[in-house]
Ligand binder design. Sequence first.
Ligand SMILES: *[C@@H]1O[C@H](CO)[C@@H](O)[C@H](O)[C@H]1NC(C)=O
Ligand SMILES: *[C@@H]1O[C@H](CO)[C@@H](O)[C@H](O)[C@H]1NC(C)=O
Length: 209
Amino acid sequence: MSCHKSTGFTCAVASAFLLILVMPSIHGTPTGAPAAACKDMTPQHGYTPQTSASPFKTEIPVGSYVLMDDPVKLELRSSSAGDTFKGFLVMAFDIDDDSTPIGTFKTPTDGQAQLMNCTANGVLNAATHTSNSTKSLVNLEWQPPLYYMGIAVFRTTYVQDVKTYWTKTESITVSFVMEIPSSASHLLLQRSSVWAGLVAVSLLAFLMR
Ligand SMILES: *[C@@H]1O[C@H](CO)[C@@H](O)[C@H](O)[C@H]1NC(C)=O
Ligand SMILES: *[C@@H]1O[C@H](CO)[C@@H](O)[C@H](O)[C@H]1NC(C)=O
């Protein structure tokens, strides 16, 4: 802002006010990530992200294959006891498009998370913290887009404290399929063949009486 001589004082005040407005925020966001965090998934605190491996991870207990249109449970957790996080922001992306989050999160009931509308037309496609309490586990559930048959990955930014955060920690990839491949249902098959074996043995025993 360039100040004219005659309006010098008003102008200086206006400049100072502007400076305050554009100054990066250096405090945390205890009640959830701000809308501005949607774009690059950084907490907008004005500090740089950690480059070390994240001590927090987003786990998908069901594994790498999910039936089309089935919801997916997520666990945001610390890798080791003692590490806790205060804030988080999680979104799902198609593996081939990291520009637009996909799907919708289900409204959490435990009060640990709240949903956000990220991107112009996005509806409830991001989840963030509700408070800055220290956490070691947050449970969430996500619904893929209708008839989605792609490969999705969850990216989570974890905030340990105002100065310390890891952006876009990636989960395993999850493939949405019409049928779970047999290699993935290996354990299930093994279990059923044990049962089949037991039935056969008891049948034999019965016949041989
Ligand atoms: C997200 O958008 C939907 C649909 O426009 C609206 O009903 C909802 O209140 C919005 N939620 C938030 C958290 O902004
Ligand atoms: C949480 O946020 C409040 C308000 O900004 C602050 O006073 C408090 O120290 C924060 N607590 C933790 C655990 O960071």
